[in-house]
Design a protein around this ligand. Structure first.
Ligand SMILES: [Mg+2]
Length: 410
């Protein structure tokens, strides 16, 4: 390709990424995606978390690690993080969609054209209500951000013309089946330096209020965040919200399933607590519709939920434009996705503790140098791309420990 044509292609990709202020991209030679390798595995876990129970979940946190290699040898890493008990995507579907549908349309493409990669994935699997297979494709989106950042020598913050910021305080997840489990669990969090707590609530508001009161009593001045994961019905949620507010809860996330539009509107109108959405917010398009419909006061962000960093940063910008709250959350993200989430939230100046509970529940990582988590604070990796280096030997060992080829047997 002649220089003029290359610069035109690079400029288009840079504009798609909002990189017009970063002329360095012009110095990077044209590269294309040569190989995409997939590593399905499960991270070992500790503690009780309701989404990781049962015959599949109890085996650990499922992930498909994605390694994208460009034809100049540069590598980008990402990971798709399905949780069968949280959404409809599973380890098996994520792996097969990546292998049979997404990888074939991405090979040969310019890895820095992330918007184009999403369009190519849309052409392979049509959207349903929103973007198709969002958890699965987040693995590709993260790997492309990592690869493009490594090609350009830019961190995520630099990608978006921002400062990296941080460290970010983390929130400790309190998910209990009995009230007497709360005290030792909060004590464990405090011992590890955590000052902020998020509680899992629903379906029983009486139990939920009791949990909130105990946590508030033990934690003192804190930011207390309740997440119902869509587990109330509309009438129960309208009773629960003021009672949780009385018990010291600061925000109520996902009180209802996202298709309960009038229920969300009634809760927002009630005004007992700020109402956040999580499940069901996949692309900026439906988020804008939900905002126009008056369904929420804010959103719990998660790049792993909504197709990756590009979609999620646009959702943050939408919240800021409309004066809504945005909080940083996650899908019990391990190492790679945790680095991506921290990079995003810190670059956009997250004000509240992040409910990124990978460090609480996961007991292994695949990085050459683990992320720095100390006293309940997460430090922001600031190297190129996602800022972390993946140890492929550790990836392969974790895959072997997870069951290797037998992992995907049906
Ligand atoms: Mg949630």
């Amino acid at each position: 390709m002649n220089r003029r044509k290359f610069l035109g292609t690079a400029s288009k990709a840079a504009l798609a990424l909002g990189l017009a202020d970063f002329p360095d991209y012009q110095l990077v030679p044209r590269v294309s995606i040569e190989r995409i390798a997939l590593f399905p595995l499960r991270y070992p876990m500790t503690g009780y978390f309701k989404f990781f129970t049962g015959p599949h979940g109890s085996a650990g946190r499922a992930a498909v690690i994605v390694k994208i290699t460009a034809d100049n040898g540069t590598v980008g890493w990402g990971q798709a993080l399905p949780i069968a008990k949280w959404s409809y995507e599973t380890l098996e579907t994520a792996y097969l969609v990546l292998r049979n549908y997404y990888a074939p349309v991405l090979l040969g493409r310019n890895p820095t054209d992330i918007a184009g990669a999403h369009a190519a994935m849309d052409s392979a699997i049509a959207p349903g209500f929103s973007v198709g297979m969002p958890i699965t494709r987040a693995g590709i989106d993260m790997a492309l951000h990592d690869l493009a950042g490594k090609l350009w020598g830019h961190s995520l913050a630099q990608f978006w013309g921002k400062q990296p910021g941080g460290p970010l305080p983390l929130s400790w997840t309190v998910n209990v089946k009995e009230l007497n489990e709360v005290e030792p669990l909060v004590a464990e969090g405090k011992k590890r330096g955590y000052r902020y707590f998020n509680i899992k609530v629903a379906p029983d508001p009486v139990f939920d209020v009791a949990v909130a009161r105990v946590v508030k009593g033990l934690a003192g001045e804190t930011f207390l965040w309740a997440d119902a994961n869509g587990g109330y019905d509309p009438d129960t949620a309208l009773r629960a919200a003021p009672a949780l507010a009385d018990a010291g809860v600061d925000v109520l996330e996902a009180p209802l399933r996202p298709n309960r539009i009038s229920g969300y509107q009634a809760l927002k109108k009630q005004g007992a607590l700020p109402i956040l959405m999580d499940e069901g917010v996949v692309s900026p398009i439906e988020l804008e519709e939900f905002i126009k419909l008056g369904m929420c006061d804010g959103v719990a962000m998660k790049p792993a939920r909504c197709g990756g960093l590009e979609s999620n940063r646009r959702q943050i910008e939408l919240c800021e434009k409309h004066g809504l709250i945005w909080l940083g959350s996650g899908l019990t993200d391990p190492d790679i996705s945790l680095a991506a989430s921290l990079g995003l939230y810190s670059a956009y100046g997250l004000k509240k503790p992040a409910a990124l509970n990978g460090p609480q529940f996961l007991t292994a990582d695949v990085l050459k140098k683990p992320l720095r988590i100390e006293n309940g604070n997460a430090y922001i990796p600031d190297g190129p791309g996602l800022g972390v280096e993946v140890d492929e030997g550790k990836v392969r060992e974790l895959m072997r420990q997870s069951g290797g080829d037998r992992l995907l047997e049906v």
